[in-house]
Every structure is written in structure tokens, then in C-alpha cells.
Design a protein around this ligand. Structure first.
Ligand SMILES: Cc1cc2nc3c(=O)[nH]c(=O)nc-3n(C[C@H](O)[C@H](O)[C@H](O)COP(=O)(O)OP(=O)(O)OC[C@H]3O[C@@H](n4cnc5c(N)ncnc54)[C@H](O)[C@@H]3O)c2cc1C
Length: 403
């Protein structure tokens, strides 16, 4: 492929947070990009709503994006681990991370607020093109080019570029086309997310904006976003999926958390399968995977989107080096080594441990674990180490040290 030709560009499948971060980073470094998005517009789905400190540190790179997110979000400088029956076990103080990050807090803002802010900027860039209504279905490559096949409103398109990125989520067509296995497991229970305008703080005034509520029968997570509480429950393994979403069952579930004289106002509800999977490799020749197309985990700890955005920065930065001839393309194998280690050794382990911790059924083990958390919280250095892990800072540091 001739340098500087029309096809000398990076093709990106998916305009989720990961594809859009990669696209803007590349475009700002004079790398032309084409993003293919199956939807007619950006998804406005209620999925990730927590940005961890290192992700916010990275997003500082994009002029004004963090300002927009903060204007539309809530700063959670504490978060809580609590027992459903007895109340707070530990309230973590994120200011302990003041020396480790420019953002010693979790920012509560929905992921679509980020993609909108990124799209606004990409729309201004002559070297970035977003093709909505384009579903990537296949990928092929030669020694110096990649071709994406996409189903588009006008029929099938074959679009060629120099590099390709699969960032189109867990069902990644790119990953499938490359024959890359997505190893791991799917949990038997579904997770149920309900958004309600009910103010839990009127009943539990000591609640923070992010609360992991442990219980041997039914744990829950209470997350505040600007205009609602999001409540996450597991369903029982044998519970009927549709019934779990019925108004009656949802009201009963919420009433069992805090009884209310009037029905809860429910503004959104959904359920989904939860997986723990990591792609067997992140690179196949000129095509790379990032975000949910490369790894997926349970949402306890809020690490999926954060890990994906961190992938996007790591990959885009390395790709810029290769594009400019300043780095050998072997650096893209380092991307795989670093980010796959982050997913396998850190995110998967942390989220699986979080699920075990919140759902511990044995009373003696629950008491022991809660006591252990209190001991950590009472020791400043141990608490800081704990927060470095739960905020993804130590995992990131360790993975970036991999050569
Ligand atoms: C209920 C819930 C809560 C969560 N909470 C958190 C949290 O608090 N913090 C956190 O870090 N993570 C959280 N996550 C995970 C987070 O939502 C995902 O990790 C994140 O969306 C991954 O981003 P992505 O860009 O890789 O993929 P996606 O967000 O899935 O975006 C992929 C995009 O690609 C498009 N697409 C799909 N197929 C194709 C195709 N073939 N061709 C072209 N386009 C295609 C889709 O329309 C979509 O726009 C949560 C997930 C769930 C389900």
C-alpha cells in the first residue's frame, strides 16, 4: 500500500468507549481513521457508570473531555462495603490516593456521556470518519493491508486500511473472523440492573455514592448516577428470566431492600448474562483486539470499560509509534503481553474475588472477611494498597512494567 494513499488509514470496528478513544487518539496524532458502527447512532445504554482514577488520568489527554464528564457526573470520593442487615463494614476514603493520581475518586457518569464527548471532537477532524449503520462481518489481510467487510445501508462494502482494530464488544465479528478463541466461563445466574428515582439515602443516610452490599441470600450493589440510583441484583440460578423483569418481582425485590409505602418509580430495567472471558490473543497480524472484544468480566468493581479504555490508550500510543516509523511493529506484541496480563492476572482475579466476597454464604467466613477488611481500613498504608488495587492503579503499573 502506498504511504499517504486514501487507504493508508486505521479501520476500527465499534463506536463504543474503546473504539472512540482509540479513534480520537489516533486522529489527533495525524493517523486517519474510519470507525464502523453497526448502530444508527451511538449506543445510549446503561452499562458502565464508574470511571476509575487511572482512566480519568488518561482521559486528561483529550482537551475538555474530563471537564464535560465531571459536569455531567458525580465525584465519589468515598465508597462502601456494607452488610445488607447490619450496615457499613468499611467506608473507603479515596483521598489516600492523592499522591498516586490526579483524580483520587471514582467518577460516576454513564459511558455514553464519554462517547458523545468523543464523537463531538471526532466530527471536527478531517482525518476521522464515523460510518454509522455499518456492521463489520468479516476481516481479511495481506502483508501490508487489512480489509473489513461491512453490511451497510447501500449494500456490502469492502474497505481497506493499513491496520484494523476490533472494538465491537463481546460478540466481536473481528475476533470470530480471526478464529481467536474467547476462553472462560459464563455464570449460571443473570444479573439484573434496575434504575429508580427512589432516594435510598432518606433511609440509609450513611450510604455513599458507590456501595457493595453483601448478603448470603441476595447481595446488591447501589450506585448513584446524577438522576437515579442503579441497583444491581443477581437472579437465582433457577429463576425465570422474564418473571425476574416483571413489575411485580422488581417491586418485591426493591421493597425487600427498603420498604416503601408507595411503589418504587423504576426508570430502567434490564438483565444480562455475566461472563469471565479473555481472548486467547489480542493480535493477529495487522488486526488487534481491544475492550470487550478482548476481555469481559462481571461488573463488580467496575473494571470492564475502564480496562478497555486503558487498552485503547496503550494500543493507540504504540500504533502511532509504528505509523511514524519510530517503533517496530513488534511493539504491538508488547501491547498484547501487557494488556492480556492486565486482564488475566488483575481484572479477572479482582472481579471473581469481588463476587466471592459479596456473596459469601458461610457466617464464619463472612465474619472473618469483614474483620479482615476492617483491619485493612484501619491501617493507612494497607488501606492505600487496597485502594491502589481496587482503583486499577497497581494492576496498571504492574502490566506497564512488562516488556
Ligand atoms: C450492567 C453493566 C454495568 C457495567 N458497569 C461497568 C462499570 O461501572 N465500569 C466499567 O468499567 N465497566 C462496566 N461495564 C462493562 C462496560 O459496559 C463494557 O466493558 C464496555 O461497554 C466495553 O466497551 P467497548 O467499547 O469495548 O464495547 P461496547 O461498549 O460494547 O461497544 C461496542 C460497539 O460496537 C458496536 N458493534 C457491535 N458489533 C458490531 C459490528 N459487527 N460492527 C460494527 N459495530 C459493532 C456496538 O453497537 C457498540 O456501539 C458494565 C457492563 C454492564 C453490562
Amino acid at each position: 500500500m502506498a504511504a499517504g494513499s486514501k487507504e493508508d488509514r486505521v479501520l476500527i470496528a465499534g463506536a463504543g468507549p474503546v473504539g472512540m478513544v482509540a479513534a480520537l487518539y489516533l486522529a489527533l496524532h495525524d493517523v486517519p481513521v474510519v470507525v464502523f458502527e453497526a448502530g444508527e447512532d451511538l449506543a445510549v445504554d446503561l452499562r458502565a457508570s464508574t470511571f476509575h482514577p487511572p482512566t480519568l488520568d488518561m482521559l486528561d489527554f483529550f482537551d475538555g473531555v474530563n471537564d464535560e464528564l465531571h459536569e455531567q457526573g458525580l465525584v465519589a470520593d468515598t465508597w462502601q462495603f456494607r452488610d445488607r442487615k447490619t450496615g457499613p463494614v468499611v467506608t473507603w476514603d479515596m483521598s489516600l490516593l492523592a499522591g498516586d493520581t490526579n483524580h483520587p475518586y471514582r467518577l460516576q457518569a454513564e459511558q455514553w456521556k464519554l462517547t458523545r464527548a468523543l464523537l463531538k471532537r471526532l466530527d471536527q477532524m478531517p482525518n476521522a470518519e464515523i460510518r454509522f449503520g455499518h456492521r463489520v462481518t468479516d476481516v481479511s489481510q495481506t502483508g501490508d493491508a487489512v480489509t473489513f467487510t461491512a453490511e451497510a445501508p447501500g449494500g456490502t462494502e469492502h474497505v481497506t486500511g493499513r491496520w484494523g482494530i476490533g472494538a465491537e464488544g463481546a460478540n466481536s465479528a473481528v475476533r470470530r473472523a480471526l478464529g481467536i478463541a474467547y476462553e472462560g466461563l459464563t455464570f449460571p445466574e443473570l444479573f439484573l440492573t434496575i434504575s429508580t428515582t427512589f432516594e435510598f439515602r432518606d433511609h440509609w443516610p450513611d450510604l455513599t455514592l458507590v456501595n457493595y452490599v453483601t448478603d448470603p441470600d441476595e447481595w446488591l450493589v447501589l450506585l448513584r448516577v446524577v438522576d437515579a440510583w442503579r441497583v444491581l441484583f443477581p437472579t437465582k440460578a433457577d429463576e425465570d428470566k422474564e418473571e425476574a423483569l416483571s413489575d411485580e418481582r422488581i417491586q418485591a425485590r426493591l421493597q425487600s431492600v427498603v420498604p416503601s409505602d408507595t411503589p418504587y418509580e423504576v426508570v430502567h430495567k434490564t438483565h444480562y448474562h455475566v461472563h469471565q472471558r479473555v481472548a486467547e490473543k489480542y493480535r493477529s497480524g495487522r488486526v488487534l483486539l481491544a475492550g470487550d472484544s478482548a476481555h469481559i468480566n462481571n461488573p463488580l468493581g467496575g473494571m470492564g470499560m475502564n480496562g478497555g479504555i486503558q487498552d485503547a490508550f496503550s494500543l493507540a500510543e504504540k500504533l502511532v509509534g509504528v505509523w511514524r516509523g519510530e517503533a517496530d511493529d513488534a511493539i504491538l506484541d508488547k501491547y498484547e503481553r501487557q494488556r492480556r496480563a492486565m486482564a488475566l492476572d488483575f481484572v479477572q482475579q479482582s472481579t471473581i474475588r469481588n463476587r466471592e466476597l459479596i456473596w459469601e454464604k458461610d457466617p464464619a467466613m463472612r465474619a472473618k472477611r469483614h474483620e479482615e477488611l476492617r483491619r485493612i481500613a484501619d491501617d493507612r498504608e494497607k488501606a492505600r494498597a487496597f485502594l491502589l488495587r481496587s482503583s486499577m492503579i497497581s494492576g496498571l503499573r504492574e502490566s506497564e512494567a512488562i516488556d
